[in-house]
Design a protein around this ligand. Sequence first.
Ligand SMILES: Nc1ncnc2c1ncn2[C@@H]1O[C@H](COP(=O)(O)OP(=O)(O)OP(=O)(O)O)[C@@H](O)[C@H]1O
Ligand SMILES: O=P(O)(O)OC[C@H]1O[C@H](OP(=O)(O)OP(=O)(O)O)[C@H](O)[C@@H]1O
Ligand SMILES: [Mg+2]
Length: 282
Amino acid sequence: MLRIAVPNKGSLSTPAAEMLREAGYRQRRDTRELVLADADNDVEFFFLRPRDVAVYVGSGTVDVGITGRDLLLDSDAGAIEHLPLGFAGSTFRFAAPAGTVETVEQIAGKRVASSYTTLVRAHLAERGVEPAAIVHLDGAVESSVRLGVADVIADVVETGTTLKAAGLDVFGEPILRSEAVLIRRSGEGVPDGLDILTRRLQGVITAREYVLLDYDVPMELLDAAVAVTPGFESPTVSPLHNGQSAAVRSMVRRSETNQVMDALYDVGARGILVTLIHASRL
Ligand SMILES: Nc1ncnc2c1ncn2[C@@H]1O[C@H](COP(=O)(O)OP(=O)(O)OP(=O)(O)O)[C@@H](O)[C@H]1O
Ligand SMILES: O=P(O)(O)OC[C@H]1O[C@H](OP(=O)(O)OP(=O)(O)O)[C@H](O)[C@@H]1O
Ligand SMILES: [Mg+2]
């Protein structure tokens, strides 16, 4: 039975449970449940703090887990990224009051607050920058400058709303780009059952990222239309009964749907229809 660690709280917990449910797994009904066996799918879920997931996976007490790339890198656990999951995207960045600190080099001699101190220490050491102190805080890091325990922060930024409210501006390049990831123990063979979990999650990711596009196009314009929608391997082309046109079906990136439909229309395709994909195995 594959043992899977899943965040029990925080930003990752609801979207992780949704993805697993879409992938056909049972999920808990009560947020206080700590363990859930899904015998039909031969897996067992352990609901753990997101920061602890990498620790359990690294120690081998669970086989795989869902966490954030930033949390994995901050953990120093013996675990590696197996599959990026495409949700909970964020950047991890330095910020300071406008006009005070504008480059990473200027952090030298300053106090940096973060919940990800291992990551920050490694990042600054790589660049040869020596801060006065690295202050570990559990959360609400944005308040630390105003409250006088730090001069600079390093924190998760998604929309930037929290930083703005605290009067802080980002500076320097992002320390990293994070998202939810499936992790497994490093240096070990791949645990039994991970191939099925991976295919199922990949299936959900594809269903979320792509749509199916159907259209009709006169035979003489078929090559031009297919060039717009090359699909993964090659689109399906079926002759229409009138003998003069073809029906084409292809997968298209959801984010590009409207540009592709405009381009197809310009080429001469008509009857362009978009269908959401419910599930997939590629
Ligand atoms: N606003 C956000 N947008 C996207 N991802 C986020 C956001 N806030 C936190 N994360 C991600 O969530 C993970 C952090 O887990 P954590 O449990 O700290 O979430 P949280 O929402 O901060 O929960 P808590 O309420 O316990 O602080 C990291 O991978 C981080 O990148
Ligand atoms: O750029 P934004 O869209 O504003 O999102 C980023 C904020 O979200 C998270 O905070 P959270 O709500 O988890 O609080 P915390 O700092 O106590 O963890 C993160 O730590 C940032 O503070
Ligand atoms: Mg948080």
